[in-house]
Every structure is written in C-alpha cells, then in structure tokens.
Design a protein around this ligand. Sequence first.
Ligand code: FPP
Length: 257
Amino acid sequence: MKNASFLNEIKNSIDRNKLPEHIAIIMDGNGRWAAKKGLPRTAGHKKGMDTVDMIVTASRNLGIKVLTLYAFSTENWRRPEKEVNFLMRLLKTYLIIQRRKMMKNKIKFNVLGRIQELPVFVRKEIEKTKNLTSENTALTLNIALNYGGRVEIVDAVRRLFKDILTAKKDLNYETLINSIDEETISNYLYTAGFPDPDLLIRTSGELRISNFLLWQIAYSEIFITETLWPDFSETDFYMAVLDYQKRERRYGGVKNL
Ligand code: FPP
C-alpha cells in the first residue's frame, strides 16, 4: 500500500506541461541481474522484456510522444550465438504478444537500424507490426535493432551522396554541397522526422553512450541510475522524468535574465 501511494505521489508531481517529448533508453544490466540470481543471462533478457512492456505503457499513459529503446546494437552480434538467437526469438515473441496492446493503446511501432541484416523471421514480424500500427498516433515506439550510431551516420552519408550524384545535372554541385546543413543530416538519419531525445536514461550505472544516437543526443539531458534494467520500476521512470523537469536547458546559451 505504501509503495502504491508513493508511486501515485511521484506520478502526480510530474508537470504535464513540461514533459519530455522524446525519451531514449539504454536498457542495460540484464546479464548482471541474472548473474546475481544465479540464472542464465537469457533469464535477465526475459525479465527485461517485462520491463519494456511496463515502460511502454507508462510512457504512453503519461503523454510521451516518442520512446526509443536500445535493444540490440551492431556490436551485440559478438555475443554467444545462443544469446543472440534467444534475443531474436524474444523480439519476435514480444511483437506477436504486444501487437494487440499496441492497437488498443494507439502505439505506432518503428525500428531504427540495419533491419535488412536481421533474420527473416524477425523482419517478418517487424513489417507486420509496422504496417498494422502505422496509423496510430498516441506514442511512437522506436526499437533500435542492429543499431549503431556510427553506422547510422555512414548510412546517412551514403544515401545523401547517392542523392547528390543522381540529382539533376543542371544543378551546380558546389551549390548543392553548400546547401547541406544540420537539418539535411538529421533528415537522412533513421530518426528523420522525430524530435531529438529530450531525456536519455541509462540503467545499471555505466557512464557510457555505447554508440547510441550519437548525433541526436547533442543536447539531451542524461539520467543514469544504478538500477539494473529488469529491476527498473515505474517509480524509477517517473523519478527520471521529475529529475529532467528540474534541469535548466540552455542549449549552449545563457540563463534567461
Ligand atoms: C543489455 O544488458 C541488454 C541487451 C543487450 C538486450 C536488451 C533486451 C531486452 C531488454 C529484452 C527484449 C527487448 C525488447 C524490445 C522486447 P546486458 O545483457 O548487456 O547486461 P550486462 O551488461 O549486465 O551483461
């Protein structure tokens, strides 16, 4: 009872007029959570999936517009094959189970990353979920999968180059190249059309960015908690939002006088 009233107290103290529009999360600590309990690493990922479900619902109900979760990096292929296979199957299961709830809660599903390199059985569920939820407007859930911040920039530059090379011949290359600005680059990233994250949360206490949204987090507020992802609670989530609301965002400027 005490916990429930604390949760409500925290939730009610959030200023609904000052919500972060976009929250990004580095979900870390599944392996350590499992090890602490003498369980295989995969048990940590399974419990981590329950946390994902809870945080997606909490974000949607709070009024967050975009939630981006780092689920699998371009470097995660280096993990044991058994763990990689488990994560891929878990993603498939998550999508199959959650589709109905996404529709009920008007959640639009999207993936950031080199999707074409994922196993066909995952791609199939991704496409199905993306198509089904494409008209939903409450919250966009971006899952970063086979995602790397540097690879994202490489992909953006490749596509931009291609567009320049295939541009109309009557256009002057120099004019074209000089017209490239920050907005151009943003528009070629996987996150084109989304606002940059206002708040970046990392669980498990590591003080690293781990190749996540390198361009987009230029001015994000960062919240790091020691809590391991499977233990990350709704209360922890609201505490992060409250902490964000206390920050003064200056974007390199000075305090309003
Ligand atoms: C990091 O913990 C976590 C991952 C690499 C995988 C994240 C996956 C989930 C939360 C579950 C499924 C996700 C979705 C979207 C359904 P780690 O394994 O690096 O932990 P450690 O640092 O303690 O070893």
